[in-house]
Design a protein around this ligand. Structure first.
Ligand code: 5RP
Length: 262
């Protein structure tokens, strides 16, 4: 069977598929944002429609709300659900301590709010997201519009104080600044390597105009890393070992086709 999907996309599907093992009926779930999380949403819709899975869910972005609702998943307000059993989301990078950079999809603020309200955060990724040190991926920082150029300057000063070499780029779409779901701007910090993620996070959050950063530190319960051969590797906090599950790639491919046809 030929699938029109890149190896990375098959890896993302594999990790989302493995994440279903963490989902139980009647759970309250937080649904992440991005292409990996989109696979999860599609898989959940399949489980709900074909296997009687019952969940309550809230989303981390308007994009995920739209996708979930288009597939028949009811999306509730986080405040209606209260404490969540589980949040599942993608990431742009993760390190060996399961710390993350997120926000490539500009949804970091709602993601952090939802994911800190969950008993467990399971992160789904393909193998390309694994790094020794965070920072190759630009670090997104969400800032309020009011005085944002001043905020940008203050961020530069923080980075100079921390002796970090950095360029800051305002995220744009067709030359227009990207506006987040919460009506803020995103500044992307080109850092290359983040030596001390906790110190950087604290310093950035100390600036009044900074709403949130894409550093998700000490939040992850488990990382699932999928690859194009149907291997899903799970690493959980407190353990140095990866636990592997291997799926038959032919069956997985058939399943991807079914899911894509929903
Ligand atoms: C959105 C995010 C995403 O989870 C992150 O960008 C990963 O996206 P993808 O699964 O498409 O690679 O943080 O704000």
């Amino acid at each position: 069977m030929t699938l029109d999907l890149s190896p990375s996309e098959i890896g993302k599907f594999t990790s989302a598929y493995r994440a279903l093992d963490f989902v139980e009926s009647d759970m309250k779930l937080g649904l992440g944002t991005g292409s990996t999380a989109a696979w999860l949403v599609k898989l959940l819709a399949y489980e709900i429609n074909n296997k009687g899975l019952n969940i309550s869910a809230c989303a981390t972005s308007s994009e995920t709300t739209k996708l979930a609702e288009s597939l028949g998943i009811k999306i509730s307000n986080l405040d209606e659900l209260g404490q969540l059993d589980l949040a599942i989301d993608g990431a742009d990078e993760f390190d060996q301590n399961l710390n993350l950079i997120k926000g490539g999809g500009a949804a970091l603020l709602q993601e952090k709010i939802v994911e800190t309200a969950a008993n467990k955060l399971v992160v789904i990724t393909d193998a390309s997201k694994q790094v020794d040190d965070l920072g190759t991926f630009d670090l997104p920082v969400e800032v309020v519009k009011f005085g944002w150029k001043t905020t940008k300057r203050l961020i530069e000063n923080v980075l100079i104080d921390q002796d970090v070499d950095c360029r800051i780029v305002t995220r744009r779409n067709n030359h227009t600044p990207v506006i987040t779901d919460e009506n803020h701007y995103i500044l992307d910090l080109k850092l290359n390597r983040i030596g001390n993620p906790n110190a950087l996070s604290d310093a950035l959050l100390n600036i009044a105009g900074v709403v949130e950063t894409g550093l998700f530190l000490g939040m992850t319960h488990s990382i699932i890393m999928g690859n194009e051969n149907g291997l899903a590797r799970v690493k959980s906090t407190g353990s140095l070992d990866w636990v592997d599950t291997s799926y038959d790639i032919q069956s997985l491919s058939q399943f991807i086709k079914n899911i894509n046809d929903i």
